[in-house]
Design a protein around this ligand. Sequence first.
Ligand code: TRP
Ligand code: ZN
Length: 850
Amino acid sequence: MSDFAPRYLADYSESNFSISTVELDFKLDETKTRVTNRMKMTRKVATKDPLVLDGEHLTLLSVLIDDEILSSDDYQLSDNSLSLLVDKAEFTLEIITEINPLDNTALEGLFKSGDAYCTQCEAEGFRRISYYLDRPDIMATFSTKVIADKEKFPFLLSNGNKVAEGDLPSGQHFVQWHDPFPKPCYLFALVAGDFDILKDNFTTSSGRDVALEIFVDKGNFNKAHHAMASLKHSMKWDEETFGLEYDLDIYMIVAVDFFNMGAMENKGLNVFNSKFVLADETSATDVDYFNVEAVIAHEYFHNWTGNRVTCRDWFQLSLKEGLTVFRDQQFSADMHSAAVNRIQNVRVLRSLQFAEDAGPMAHPIRPEKVIEMNNFYTLTVYEKGAEVIRMIHTLLGADKFRAGIDLYFKRFDGMAVTCDDFISAMSDASGVDLTQFKHWYTQSGTPIINVNESFDIKTSEYTLTLAQSNGDNPALHIPIGIELITAKDEQNQSTLLQLTEKEQSWTFKGFSQKPVLALLTGFSAPVKAPFSQPDQDLQIIMTRATDEFCRWDAGQKLLTTYIMQLLHNPALVLPESLYSAFVEILNADISEAFKAEQLTLPSFSELADSIDEVDPIALLNAIENIQHQIASKLAPMLLKQYQQNIQADYANDGKAIGKRALKNICLSYLTRLNDHQNLVTQQYQSSNNMTDTLATLSCAAKSSHEKLNEMMVDFEGKWQDITLVMDKWFAIQASVNDESIFDNLSKLIAHPLFSLKNPNRARSLIGAFVNSNPRYFHCASGRGYQFLIDQLIKLNDINPQVASRLITPLIQFKSFDQDRQIMIKAKLEQLAKQEVLSKDLKEKLDAALA
Ligand code: TRP
Ligand code: ZN
């Protein structure tokens, strides 16, 4: 039971012991891998407290102190620890354990991904490899020797530099690695297998040569080039932007098919979910290309923000994740369109993070209480965490922000530190007082900004009053960018306001008429501002604001207004003004990518988040209603745009990607109409790239296209051997908007290519159903919820981390109408009754049902 006990940030204390060096020795075997772990340890304080090491799912073979074998009376074993009394100040502790990689379906510790062995140690997975002080403030120098069959596992990899290798009797061989940088065990990695390797090299700004190696499954060599180019761009960008150079002689990336998350920044040896490495034009979409680049960058940037300076404890996770997400976002913005990127980041925040912050698992970006750490790799810690860093960037300006980063590394290189340490470096280097700003680290929930404006025609003064509310919490320091748009011949005024009081007013002068307010330029803070503006004002912002985020946001607001009206009055006929806004967008002199963003409706989850106790089916009807009306009214124009953006040859530069995005959003409107269904089949047949192909399938799935089945069969025939593409096939199947979905789901679960043990595959079916098929997931019969519960019961045993992510929409049941709340609660109670429940699910169920 103590397993379920929460841990608190307030209870942090240093360990009485430290570890200076770790020598690991792995004899790889599918079911009986033997791990020898020799640690040089020091007792830091003179207490009699036992040394308590973490360890789970381990078979202990022997324990030695200074080469003397201990008898089992000398130590105590539990399910998750090994305790022993040592009276020496300095000693070598050697622990030999046996582990079973084949049975490891949780994919934490050492496991098999297909034929290869690999590890995942963050957050607390190293304890599944050996007994250890498994916490990030224990930093040691690792040497690792790996022994395995030479023919089956020609490549034996670990962190740092290769220092020795050789052959052993009976077809075995060994490789020895040494990582000179002390690190916490969560950054340990080992990989063994047979791979194709893409090799390249990079010369750092100070002239050091770094070998770059990307390991992929045999046959995938040609799908690694984009990842390699992305890596080199990231290395260069970090030198130019932050003066940060890579620090080892080799940087390796391994792509594996079985992985719980996106990728992992292990020192010198990143392990990646193959979907964030492999890409070629026939099998990867434009979004896949973008994501590969972003994740490669993210993990690379961790080498400084995460590895060189790491976290003191897991409550500080946002220290590395918020900062690294901010860095990868800046990188993507520099590589592509900054405005389009910003819009996409805000969409994620509004549709997913806001919901998390309003649900039962809401937590500050620095949580205070954790039961299962894996449950805190969240949108809040990552995405809101990045917004918090972005606000610091906004408040300090780019130069002082850079000075803060420089000081941060000067002070803390090689250390395990806290979010407060980061803030102190930022404020010391910039002279900006961030005391009040720190409340962002302790408050959960999305702050609400209320807006009041007045205009005095006599004095031509405009007064803006902003009030912030976030429960009873103290006032936050919130940067609020605004742009005031006045008469056509006057210049807009842009300012950064610093809202530090609960309520504050500002006065601006010199307007001939009341200016139109564009609020939150660049989305300067992760807040909600439910401020209604008349349609004409929104259209003025859409066309005349210089801030591109605000132009887009005004359009989203306009659309949201009408979706909300359709929710209560489905017979409402949309006004001409809405169409003219659309026409203006389509005719404007802006990039295709930006047009595509403007034509995209706010998502179901974003809209749901702004309605109390929403009836999901009514909301979906309203969304389909607006799509249908826009499509009907603007069909000729959408068709023209569609045709104009067809490209004969495939290219994947920004322009080509933007044209595809615009064409495919037009397609999605047009296929709401019966008489344009032929576009889908035409595009499917003529497509020369995965983006266009998938667009047709997803349109067909949404509109119950009569050729859907035929196309899906054809697609399956073509791609059945390509795992990542079949994930897309399963995802489309799960999103089919048709009564037959439940029968099909049963068939898909039984499909020979389906397995709950592969997280990508599990997510592609279950995740896509839950997130992309809201009509049937939320159907009144409750069958959708039951389907998810049935899969969660199985996943609870197989892979608790994957189960715990998929349960998200159910624990957020309070956002739905009463009938659904009752139904979902009953299902959650059913799940909670499971005899053996993982910590991951239990923590969430307890929070949701409390
Ligand atoms: N540190 C990783 C990242 O952000 C996250 C991660 C990868 C992870 N694999 C994990 C977290 C497994 C928890 C469990 O890039
Ligand atoms: Zn990360």
